[in-house]
Design a protein around this ligand. Sequence first.
Ligand code: 4AD
Ligand code: MG
Length: 474
Amino acid sequence: MNLSKIKEIYDSPPIDNEINIGGWVRAFRAKKFIELNDGSTIKNIQCVIVDGKIDQDILNEINVGCSLIITGILIKSIGKGQSFEIKVSDIKLIGKSDSEKYPIQPKKHSFEFLREQAHLRIRTSTFSSVMRIRSKLAFSIHEYFNKNGFNYIHTPIITSSDAEGAGEMFKVTTLESKDLAKKSIDHSNDFFGKKTSLTVSGQLEAETYALGLGKVYTFGPTFRAENSNTSRHASEFWMIEPEMAFYDLNDNMDLAESFVKYILNYVLKNCDEDLKFLDQRLFKEESQKPKNKRNDLSLIEKINFTINNKFTRVSYSEAFDILKNSNHNKKKKFEYPIDKWGSDLQSEHERFLVEKHFKAPVIIYDYPSKIKAFYMRLNDDNKTVRAMDVLFPGIGEIIGGSQREERLDILQQRMAENGIDEKELWWYLDLRKYGTAPHSGFGLGFERMVMFCTGMSNIRDVIPYPRTPKNASF
Ligand code: 4AD
Ligand code: MG
């Protein structure tokens, strides 16, 4: 059957023509007005039942949540609230719904409740808007890289190397639990004949391809077994990792800024209705907060602000001084006071720099080597590495990246310092033996970008089925 999409109908209404649409009932009033939604847009379409036209038995079965195919003529509406409606000539009841039990009632539900109904929450306005934006964002990412000469590569999900060297990996094994309980586990009998895990990042493999194809990117799921139960950490999340040969850290920062601005622009241009809806939602939520806790900018203003402002670039040492000398620090308002050069910045510090001090997205670069991964290029001061983190308002770190260490001897030394076995990463070292070149890259946390574009404050609400510590339902 040829079904029209509600979005197409709104884009160019075929007035006076007969149309068929399939969707789910959002509301049914006075046994006469059906609000139908098919997911193609945030808007419902009003379907008006003319007296006597539709069998009473069918009307008695129509409830919130059931699925219908409706046939009728699209007419100009005489009622308020919509410019056209469907004069219904036929209704096929495809799937009944027990309205008493259907969890998604036409009223406000808490996000906590909806997480427990993750299979049905997509039928709410908020979640359908978020997920449509998520989809558009993914497309814009591929579009950006495709337009800019990057090759999309697929790095392995099952891996034997710990790319970040942080030991936060989920094991992949077919060994029996009795073998796993042993003090030293023998992986020679395991499925791959060695210890394997789910990847935390495709970077190391992407580097090998960048030193052959020039410019590459990955866009795939990554996994971290870190026990951080925050609103910005998931155990399974999607990451975009570009990697470019002959790029230094400045080129890397330029790319990150241009890339992020491109995808934000794309969302502004292509997700107008959904953004407006989420903007309103956030406005209502903010207006319930005390005045001094409210965000100054609305969702759309925040996106525009990010596109129109140059990201502030400061070194870790500069950022450290700003934080250390801030009144906030002197008055002991940070949970983690800033004291010694070399300590990692906490999200409260990042947010202070972005939201209070610079009032703009910030790129911090040249971090102390001790707090960053082994592969980052060592500076001449022997204390800092060519790392960069991009920090966003309300989110904190959204991108982490670096120029890579391309010098064999220094990389070997950094691996030794970090207790990384050269035998495991022989192929990574090979890159530095055969035609090494300066190169750089970064990782954008996809969910954090979706959070930024939708104003959702919990990562669990921007991915269909979130995986977090103690939670893998569905
Ligand atoms: O800073 P990270 O750990 O960097 C890397 O993995 C590098 N290998 C990237 C590269 O240079 N190719 O992670 C990159 C980004 C973070 O900035 C953050 O946005 C996101 O990934 N991220 C997470 N997002 C959700 N849940 C988590 N547990 C995340 N951990 C990192
Ligand atoms: Mg990071």
